[in-house]
Design a protein around this ligand. Structure first.
Ligand SMILES: Nc1ncnc2c1ncn2[C@@H]1O[C@H](COP(=O)(O)OP(=O)(O)OP(=O)(O)O)[C@@H](O)[C@H]1O
Ligand SMILES: [Mg+2]
Length: 460
């Protein structure tokens, strides 16, 4: 048994037992050492030093010691790291002390003399609770789009992406997802995480462009209490929160040069230090980065460090803009319609063929996100059970039309007239015949519209 313990130790949670009596420490060690790595300290000073300098997951603290004030030690520990669970040990007759300690942030208490099973159970419970807190934080960041099956598409380009995901989920390799805004970069990152061996671990996204530079490093690496003016207590960084999960570095191109250097160092060494801290903390998380600008271009322009670029660009995944994979549009429309039918409790059957044509012709500058938003809005507003061109947002109605339907065999003058007529007709239909509104949309004077309608033979 004793030999086995040594081998198992590496990944066991670490408990620090604090008591001034060597005999108590020895007995705690004996009780706990099967399930935990046990450290001991016989004074407040030694305890705080150990917490400071090495990984400690849980503290067992005797609250009633003759030569030091356990309550004060508890407060000091909590000040230092409010997330570190502390279990206090009290004598059977000091219920008041236990209550006071719980108020000061102790996770649980245990009465002396110890019952071995109870000690182990209480310790495990406290650790589980801490994990739960972590999980809640990470669940908040998880939305519905978490499954591989949620990525819709049948174009060659999206199928290529599926193929890379298939390969990459089997490894822990760093991935760089690129693509215009709204093409699904975060969706892909989540799909990789939630289909990989890390799926039970946290997926932690951090928007590198959205956080002020001064805060970003402490967000990434965490900080110790007092590391800077506002650091009133210790804080875990995203690297630590991600643990053995996935850290999603969104919009990496937004990183300032200096942060790029520190991030590179962390990734190269697979180790970080919290700001103001000395202890080295191992990084186990997989890194997925995303960018909506061309990072290699940013490197050429001297805005992004080439060494960091090569570190991140181990497996590149490029998401083509939606206008370059229009075959996916009908599938996406169907996918989102189904979703919003459910959400809004509607039974919209679909789009008329003509309305679908408009959507397929539109340029989609906001890509899939824009498509999703439009379907959401139309689903919310629709009462007729079917979406017709007149239900489409004006932009799409105008920009998504007129591309087809022209015979490329006539004189330009005739073609222009045909176009003008159709365009004005469409605008008039859209504004329900209101010529003042139509003139506004067309950017011409009312009288000019009136004249044009006459020339083109359009009825009022
Ligand atoms: N292929 C797809 N199938 C289904 N839904 C998709 C697809 N691509 C994107 N989406 C949806 O479109 C929306 C935008 O996607 P996402 O947030 O992943 O884009 P992004 O590339 O990260 O955008 P940004 O650069 O603006 O952050 C999300 O609701 C996502 O679920
Ligand atoms: Mg995104």
């Amino acid at each position: 048994m004793a030999q086995n313990k040594k081998i198992n130790r590496r990944n066991l949670p670490v408990i620090l037992a604090v008591d001034d009596e060597p005999a108590v420490l020895a007995s705690l060690e004996a009780i706990l050492e099967n399930d935990f790595e046990v450290l001991t300290a016989s004074s407040a000073k030694e305890a705080l030093e150990k917490i400071n300098n090495q990984e400690v997951n849980l503290v067992f603290l005797d609250i009633a010691m003759p030569d030091m004030d356990g309550m004060q030690v508890l407060r000091r520990i909590k000040e230092y790291d409010q997330n570190l669970p502390v279990i206090i040990a009290t004598a059977s007759d000091s219920c008041r002390k236990a209550v006071e300690a719980m108020r000061a942030g102790a996770s649980d208490y245990i009465v002396k003399p110890f019952d071995a099973d109870e000690v182990v159970t209480v310790a495990k419970k406290a650790l589980e609770q801490k994990e739960l807190v972590k999980e809640v934080a990470c669940l908040r960041s998880q939305r519905e789009d978490i499954r591989f099956e949620n990525i819709v598409g049948k174009s060659r380009k999206i199928k290529e992406v599926f193929a890379i995901i298939e390969k990459v989920i089997k490894t822990g390799a760093t991935v760089l997802v690129s693509g215009e805004s709204g093409t699904g970069k975060e969706l892909i990152a989540r799909a990789i995480h939630f289909n990989s061996a890390r799926k039970e671990k946290p997926f932690i996204p951090i928007n590198c462009a959205g956080i002020p530079e001064s805060l970003l490093e402490s967000e990434l690496f965490g900080h110790e209490k007092g590391a800077f003016t506002d650091a009133v207590c210790q804080k875990l960084g995203m690297f630590e929160l991600a643990g053995e999960g996935t850290l999603f570095l969104d919009e990496v191109s937004g990183l300032k040069f200096e942060v790029q250097a520190n991030l590179l160092r962390a990734l190269e060494e697979r180790e970080i230090r919290r700001l103001g801290g000395t202890k080295l903390i191992r990084i186990d998380a997989r890194i997925i980065a995303a960018t909506n600008v061309d990072l290699s271009q940013a490197v050429r322009e001297g805005k992004f460090r080439p060494d960091l670029y090569y570190r991140l660009n181990v497996v590149p995944i490029h998401l083509a803009p939606l206008r370059e994979r229009r075959e996916d549009i009908p599938l996406l429309v169907e996918h989102f319609l189904e979703r919003y039918n459910k959400i809004f409790r509607k039974e919209i059957k679909g789009l008329t063929a003509e309305a679908m044509d408009y959507l397929c012709n539109y340029e989609w500058p906001g890509n899939v996100r824009e498509l999703r938003n439009i379907i959401e809005r139309m689903a919310a507003l629709n009462d007729s059970g079917i979406i017709a061109p007149k239900d489409l947002p004006f932009d799409i109605f105008v920009k998504g039309s007129f591309i087809k339907g022209f015979k490329a065999d006539g004189a330009l003058r005739q073609a222009s007239r045909d176009f003008e007529r159709q365009y004005i007709e469409a605008v008039l239909e859209r504004v329900e015949g209101n010529q003042v509104m139509a003139a506004k949309v067309l950017g011409i004077h009312r009288n000019a519209l009136f004249n044009k309608m006459k020339i083109l033979g359009l009825k009022k």
